[in-house]
Design a protein around this ligand. Structure first.
Ligand code: SAH
Ligand code: SF4
Ligand code: F3S
Length: 501
């Protein structure tokens, strides 16, 4: 195998022959992924499928298994778009698939364990169908240790590519089809921004729109800055054009995506234009609902609060990960805010947007977290009164600073803390939901309930799930519902009148 370290550009890629590519091998390096350079990020608008790969998928099927966050789910929509442009059609049946891709997540160890388990199972699928191309992409591919493990122990894998070179899928597939060796192409350093890649969106009601890529925050526990590269914002005109087009196609809700949306625009050198400005422009587009995720508390500025307070299609739900209620732990996490700063931000948000539903992410059992520090998290949770939260036990990630910190908290203590935290959060969620009893809320009807096809499910502006009985023709429309029963995770209601979208 020849190791080439240079990043191939799109034009040279198109002119290369299959033979050149059969030799291509580029594995990730954590050391390089850590670097942040000053290079200008170019935006490419000329994405095309190489001629020789057009139509190769006719009559063939693909299956993508997706793990992790919405960013990854959205990447899957792009991967599916590229494959469908090559002629492939989707299947859910792994026995008839010609391509199976695992779009993976590296955030915690259990996410990775799941993928390795599934890859093991693929050995048999591949034995029954030797022509199957089995690929691994997403955040795990960006990790040195993972690629080495696949190279040594998962020979059934044909192709590994990363989060920065999705646009290269057609040529990489071609290589994988012709090469006897595993094709590995992972760029440690982020590439440019590639616009106009095709997408197959999941559903016709809600759509994801990336506003930026990467993360420069380097929280000490987190692998994302290594797997997703430096922060790069899409040009405002490209984001706005995409949202306008989705509105034209009839989508009802847009979720703007970024690992840290509040850093949007900080990398522009020619314009002063931040996330508040972007939202202020997008809210003028005729689309009923706009959400965004995730906002880092540190960059949540007053301008953004002012814009959000204008309401309209900017809905009252703010996901504001706190991670811990202890300033000492926050410092070790390098979150760059204190408990007091966070609580002050929450106060400002609540004053400006009275019905805002706040949600959060919390890590328990960070290395060295004391009982007192954990209690501070519980008291913060009570003080803020979150509508809901994602809670995690800290999981060491290879190469991150926290993985080298001494951890004297036994796992059973961490588990007990998680349990207690969930009890407190659930109690608050129930209280919040009970306050909605008898109130009339506006729902976007998303579809049949997962457990009962006779029941429909919709979401309030604040993101709460409500079940009610009504005709399926209402799916994709807005309805008013009176809340009749409130539980910790769901609300039940009955339809009042239909509100025109
Ligand atoms: N960019 C987002 C977070 C994306 S990861 C933000 O900062 O808000 C989603 C969540 O996973 C994080 O908020 C954190 O709570 C959790 N997480 C990240 N790394 C983790 C780790 N090593 N162990 C446990 N949880 C982790
Ligand atoms: Fe990870 Fe922190 Fe970046 Fe979020 S802001 S992705 S937790 S490094
Ligand atoms: Fe996972 Fe990567 Fe998202 S690590 S949470 S898929 S950015």
């Amino acid at each position: 195998m020849t190791v080439k370290n240079e990043t191939p550009d799109l034009k040279s890629v198109k002119s290369k022959t299959t033979q050149d590519f059969a030799k291509y091998f580029q594995a990730p390096s954590l050391k390089d992924a850590k670097k942040r350079g000053k290079e200008e990020i170019l935006v490419h608008y000329d994405f095309t499928i190489p001629e020789e790969m057009e139509g190769v998928g006719k009559g063939k099927h693909y299956l993508i298994r997706t793990y992790g966050c919405q960013m990854n789910e959205h990447d899957t929509e792009t991967i599916a778009g590229i494959l469908e442009h090559m002629g492939y059609t989707a299947t859910e049946d792994e026995r008839t698939a010609d391509i199976i891709l695992f779009n993976t997540c590296a955030i915690r160890e259990n996410a990775e364990d799941k993928v390795f388990g599934e890859l093991g199972h693929m050995k048999r699928v591949k034995r029954n169908n030797p022509n199957l191309i089995l690929g691994v992409c997403g955040c795990m591919s960006q990790e040195e240790g993972v690629v080495n493990r696949i190279l040594t122990s998962y020979q059934q894998v044909d192709l590994i590519f990363g989060t920065h070179n999705i646009h290269r899928l057609p040529v990489l597939l071609r290589d994988a089809m012709f090469s006897k060796e595993m094709v590995v192409e992972v760029w440690s350093k982020e590439g440019d921004i590639i616009e106009n890649m095709p997408k197959v969106r999941e559903g016709e009601i809600k759509a994801w729109v990336n506003i930026m890529y990467g993360c420069d925050k380097f929280c000490t526990y987190c692998i994302v800055p290594y797997t997703r590269g430096k922060e790069r914002s899409r040009r405002p005109e490209d984001v706005i054009a995409e949202v306008r087009e989705l509105a034209r196609q009839g989508y009802k809700e847009i979720m703007l995506l970024g690992q840290n949306v509040n850093a949007y625009g900080k990398d522009f050198e020619d314009i002063t234009y931040g996330f508040g400005d972007l939202l202020d422009d997008i809210r003028k587009i005729d689309i009923p609902r706009i959400r965004f995720t995730t906002s880092h508390p540190r960059d949540f500025d007053d301008h953004l609060i002012e814009v959000l307070a204008k309401g309209g299609n900017l809905v009252e739900q703010i996901h504001l990960p706190v991670q811990s209620g202890s300033s000492a732990v926050l410092k070790k996490m390098a979150r760059k805010y204190t408990r007091e700063h966070y609580l002050e931000l929450v106060r400002k948000i609540k004053a400006a947007i009275p019905h805002a539903a706040l949600t959060t992410d919390i890590i328990v059992g960070f290395p060295g977290e004391t009982d007192e520090q954990f209690e501070e998290t519980l008291s913060l949770v009570e003080e803020v009164g979150y509508d809901s939260a994602y809670t995690f036990i800290y999981s060491p990630r290879e190469g991150t600073p926290a993985a080298g910190m001494e951890d004297n908290v036994p796992m059973d203590v961490k588990k007990k803390r998680l349990h207690r935290l969930m009890e407190v959060l659930n109690k608050i969620s129930l209280e919040k939901n009970l306050q909605l009893t008898d109130q009339i809320v506006e729902l976007l009807v998303e579809g049949e309930s997962k457990t009962n096809p006779d029941v429909l499910s919709g979401r309030t502006r604040s993101g709460k799930l409500v079940h009610f009985t009504a005709d399926k023709s209402l799916i994709g429309t807005f309805v008013d519902v009176r809340i009749t029963e409130a539980k910790t995770f769901t609300l039940y209601g009955e339809i009042v009148t239909k509100v025109e979208a």
